[in-house]
Write a protein that binds this ligand. Sequence first.
Ligand code: SF4
Ligand code: SF4
Length: 453
Amino acid sequence: MSSDSLPDVLTTMNADGSRRWVRPKRAPGRFLTLRAIVGWGLIVLFVVLPFIHWNGRPVVLLDVPARQFHLFGRTFLSTDGVLLMLLLLTIFVGVFWLTALLGRVWCGWACPQTVYMELLFRPIEQWIEGGRKGQLDLDKRGGGARRVLKYAVFVLLSAVVANIFLAYFVGVARLGVWIIDGPIAHPTGFLVMLVTAGLVFFDFGYFREQMCTVACPYARFQSVLLDQDSLIVGYDVKRGEPRGKKGKVEGDCVDCNACVVTCPTGIDIRHGLQMECVACAQCIDACDKVMDKIGRPRGLIRYASQRSLEGGERKGLRPRTVAYPLLLTLLVGALVFAGGSAGQAEVTVLRGLSAPYVADQAGIRNQIRVKIQNRGNDARRYRIELLGLQEATLIAPENPLAIDGGARRETTVFVVSPPSAFTGGVRDVEFRVSDGEGFETTVPYKLLGPGAS
Ligand code: SF4
Ligand code: SF4
């Protein structure tokens, strides 16, 4: 670390305000091996997931243009406010619980930011730039051909990552068509891909650890999400201090700095738990190697709780480790119940876009729009009926209305009623929509007539 950096303020900034590039030295070890296995498993999953279908639909598709989210065979609509809220709350409480138990295990082991940076972009960068030494040399010289080559490779890689990412929003079929037809045939799609690739490139080429230390809100919540018994990566002060050359001091820390130079966020774990620590365990691997060399037991830096590092015993059972799973059970129950009662179709009845009603020789005519979303996978024919006004006539251009699985259609219908049906210009009726295969719903509606305000 350069002497003019601001390690205790912002590890990525020098005293003069310029960017301090963190060039971590890779520390091979048991945790790096395990993280690589988990990380590459996640990368493969990320690539293949858009291709997997469940009940005839993509297992994950966040179809923004159609305002539909397909998740593991279930379709969420933009109108499913309660379901989406329950889903988000379930995810949040799940994350809170995971953090209370295992600290920032998500950040260090599964977050795409860490996984792609440490398993893909960083290794490629270090390979092209000649390892950490080569990188520091290029930093001093202000760049060179190797750095240009690295950025060229990053551009290509960013385009690949952006295309896979987009598959989650437009589906692999549509993305395939965009790629085959080319950018001129699909300029909007191409622009979206370019912007996404640009953001990926900016993040992994420039922004990097600042995503974790400056931008990510999860890091900011650590002080409330962690407690004395959560699992963290910590330095054993009692064992390590006073630090210094082996044999000259009592502590086990030989002050070799190996834990600092390997840290991808540029911090010194010996300063205690810090918001910048993403729990990647690189400092554990680095320090274990040093301990092996000097013949001391491993674990001077280790996964532990604050309490156990201070000499106490880690408590498994705490109010939050009981409350979170209970809350999670309630939320999952509510989600399953709300999902089950959402029905096979969603029906919306709206007033027509023209005049509220028209009076002519036939009677009072109301124009009404009926929107039906088929939530199922199979095509259905939905019959629309009017209830509560026998003297009225329902005129529908297509009834029953045929709708493909997962599709939405809108039809305009007319209700012609005698003027005597209205009291105070209003008449309450209901629309019944049924598919003859078990689905049936009724939607209340107010017809308007003479005297309506
Ligand atoms: S790697 Fe271990 S021994 Fe070396 S400075 Fe860090 S804590 Fe001390
Ligand atoms: S302090 Fe250790 S665990 Fe935390 S980010 Fe740095 S290397 Fe990873």
